[in-house]
Design a protein around this ligand. Structure first.
Ligand SMILES: C[S@@+](CC[C@H](N)C(=O)[O-])C[C@H]1O[C@@H](n2cnc3c(N)ncnc32)[C@H](O)[C@@H]1O
Length: 380
């Protein structure tokens, strides 16, 4: 690997083969270099940096999370980041603000990423460099693995993705209480560029225990949630009006169950749904059994979310089943479970089914997806 042609490629180890296939399709020739871990691998490619980065932006890879040009490979030992600091001293510009992001993958550092960021950042600041944690002009990535520090430096305009480690940032402070499901949704909204100001009313299928519904409600949308299981109603803001609709034969049972809960929404019969009179409406039915006319007139929803533990083709059929309720160009977010691990085949199969009703279908393995992908599409 020469100076300037190395890259750190981030991808989940579970989909490493798929990521390598994508890389081949995007770059043609590249070489694997030493230094793989469960979070990334290192390659060299004889192509201009700008070209490599733009192929990633235009190629919308499903299994590659991020790619960072490698500026240097340095050694470090516990508590001693002098070589890294010296390296940055020579390359950072004093008139450019910076932020350091450390990812610690089984290194010998013996301290956490945050504390290393603070140490190196303060050392640079004491030498006249300017840190800016919110909107830096230069991003410095330091990836520690074994006794090696891989250093990547990028200007703001070249950034594909700001954060190296969604899991560390996701588990900070207040956010600790938010479930993996909610992070998955937040990542999808950001990655697929969903305009949240357009989200006035959302249909959430397979909604229990309710993290997605809560997230949508916090964005200011009305939510119709469909699931046989109850939601955790206490997670919704106290000022939201929640209604649970059940079939007549399940009304008494539902009332008894709700009476034992921390927050006790009103329970009504399913054919008495008044779509004007709620903030969150939970319809207690199995998703695929529900006649869509019960949820009101066609073309009223801005987003259809489906996050069910079902086979990929059943999830896609469910999307088509509900699609008439979506407005023209309304969004679809669909979780595709990869029970059989055949990622490419399932994307093809699911896209084939969705094409009847949807356009602009895109898939992505999001950081908080496990053995699953998230699909995005718009209603035609
Ligand atoms: C992964 S959980 C959904 C998590 C949810 N998105 C959240 O944020 O809390 C899957 C849900 O799908 C529901 N589910 C599975 N098959 C279903 C079906 N045929 N009809 C309705 N719900 C179904 C289950 O009851 C379960 O609550």
């Amino acid at each position: 690997m020469d100076n300037g042609n190395g890259y750190i490629v981030f991808s989940d180890l579970r989909f490493r083969k798929e990521a390598l296939d994508e890389l081949k399709a995007l770059l043609g020739d590249f070489k694997r270099e030493k230094g793989s871990t469960e979070k990334f691998f290192v390659i060299s490619a004889d192509m201009e940096k700008d070209k490599v980065l733009s192929r990633f932006v235009d190629g919308n890879p499903v299994f590659i999370d991020n790619i960072i040009p490698l500026s240097g490979i340095l050694e470090f030992s516990k508590g001693d980041y002098k070589a890294v600091t010296d390296f940055l001293l020579q390359r950072l510009k004093k008139n450019q603000s910076f932020r350091i992001e450390v990812l610690n993958v089984r290194s010998d550092a013996g301290e956490n990423a945050k504390s290393i960021e603070v140490k190196i950042g303060s050392a640079l600041e004491s030498l006249g460099f300017r840190a800016d944690l919110k909107a830096p002009e230069a991003f410095v990535y330091i990836i520690l693995s074994g006794k090696t520090a891989l250093v990547g430096m990028l200007d703001r305009q070249d950034i594909l993705k700001e954060r190296l480690d969604e899991f560390r940032h996701a588990s900070k402070g207040e956010e600790k209480k938010i479930s993996r499901a909610s992070h998955k949704l937040a990542e999808a909204i950001e990655l697929f560029g969903i305009d949240t100001s357009r989200l006035k009313i959302i249909l959430d299928i397979g909604a229990a225990p309710g993290s997605w519904s809560v997230h949508f409600s916090n964005l200011g949308a009305k939510v119709v949630a469909v699931d046989n299981a109850l939601l955790d109603y206490s997670k919704f803001n106290g000022d939201k009006h929640i209604v649970v609709a059940a079939e007549p034969r399940f009304i008494e049972q539902t009332k008894e169950l709700v009476a034992k809960m921390e927050r006790k929404p009103e329970v009504i019969e399913i054919d008495k749904i008044d779509t004007a009179r709620f903030d969150i409406l939970h319809v207690r039915r199995r998703a695929l059994d529900l006649s869509t006319h019960l949820l009101g007139s066609p073309r009223q929803f801005d987003l259809l979310a489906i996050d069910m533990n079902v086979e990929p083709d059943a999830a896609a059929e469910a999307a088509n089943h509900y699609s008439d309720l979506l407005k023209e160009h309304g969004y679809l977010l669909l979780t595709v479970k990869l029970f059989d691990r055949k990622a490419r085949e399932n994307i093809r199969k699911v896209s084939g089914i969705l094409e009847k009703e949807f356009d602009s279908i895109r898939a992505k393995k999001l950081p908080h997806n496990r053995l699953e992908l998230t699909l995005f599409a718009t209603k035609r």
